[in-house]
Structure formats: structure tokens, C-alpha cells
Design a protein. Structure first.
Length: 162
């Protein structure tokens, strides 16, 4: 009986992982796997609390099994988020000691974090891709021929015999 229930829950967990759209995004120099309505702690952002931020450096995008890899980023995709609060992490103690020398140093550090709520993942649309293909950059060719510069003549000094 318990075996059957566990199998059902395992299958449901697997199906939920497939259905959920997620992205791997680079935020403040670190990579995070995010999905909609997820809270993430990232290194301190310059945005104010309550403001909305957008991250454009999407490294991987999974939309219901349709995986898009960026080279290095997926063009046109972005992650929309809202800044919930700024806070500090737990204190980290840094203790240095050299035995038999009387040398001891104790320092502490608290990292500043920002808690963000992922509001949505915007995938690259086909319209944006089509518009980019239509816009072509025209290269103007110059008709002037570039002539090589004449080499400067060097005069050799005659050798004097001593």
C-alpha cells in the first residue's frame, strides 16, 4: 500500500518538474536556477525596495521541455523580478592564528543580500527574431584605392678607415 502511494508521489513530482518553466540566469555575477513565484537571495542590488528589476543574461531557458541554450546568452529573453527587501546574512568569523608566536587575529563579516521575487520569465518571441533578420546593415564600399607609402630613403655613412 505504501509502495503504491510513494510511486504516485514520485510520478507527480516528476511531472511537476516537467511542466514548470525555468531559466538559469546570471544575477550579480552568480548563476541561479529560477522559476515563477520563487524567492531568491542574491548579492546586494542597487535597486530600492519595491522596485522592479529585469535580468537579460539568460544562459538557459526551459519552456515545457523546449530547452534553449544561449551562446553565451539567449537573445530576447528576460527574467522580471521585484525587490522585496535588503538584509544582511549571518556573521562569518575569520580567525587567524600562528601557534607559539602569540599571533591571533579575529575578524567578522556580514554579507549584504537582496531578497527578490521572480514575477515572470519572458521567452524570446518569434516576432523579435523575424524583425532582427529583416534589418540588414548596409556596408558602404570605398572606391578609393589605398596606395602603399613610399619607403623613406636611408643614406649609409661611408666607412672611414682608421
Amino acid at each position: 500500500m505504501w509502495f503504491i502511494i510513494n510511486c504516485i508521489f514520485a510520478t507527480l513530482k516528476f511531472l511537476i518538474k516537467i511542466i514548470v518553466m525555468y531559466a538559469i540566469v546570471e544575477i550579480a555575477g552568480q548563476q541561479f536556477k529560477v522559476s515563477k513565484d520563487q524567492k531568491v537571495y542574491v548579492h546586494r542590488l542597487a535597486s530600492e525596495e519595491g522596485s522592479k528589476v529585469s535580468f537579460d543574461k539568460i544562459l538557459l531557458l526551459d519552456d515545457n521541455g523546449n530547452v534553449t541554450l544561449g551562446a553565451p546568452a539567449v537573445e530576447g529573453a528576460s527574467v522580471e523580478a521585484k525587490v522585496l527587501q535588503h538584509l544582511k546574512g549571518d556573521k562569518v568569523i575569520v580567525f587567524k592564528k600562528k601557534r607559539r608566536k602569540g599571533y591571533k587575529k579575529k575578524n567578522g563579516h556580514r554579507q549584504s543580500f537582496t531578497q527578490i521575487l521572480i514575477e515572470g520569465i519572458v521567452a524570446a518571441s518569434a516576432k523579435k527574431k523575424a524583425a532582427k533578420k529583416e534589418v540588414e546593415v548596409e556596408v558602404t564600399e570605398t572606391t578609393e584605392e589605398v596606395k602603399p607609402k613610399a619607403k623613406a630613403k636611408t643614406t649609409k655613412k661611408p666607412k672611414t678607415e682608421e
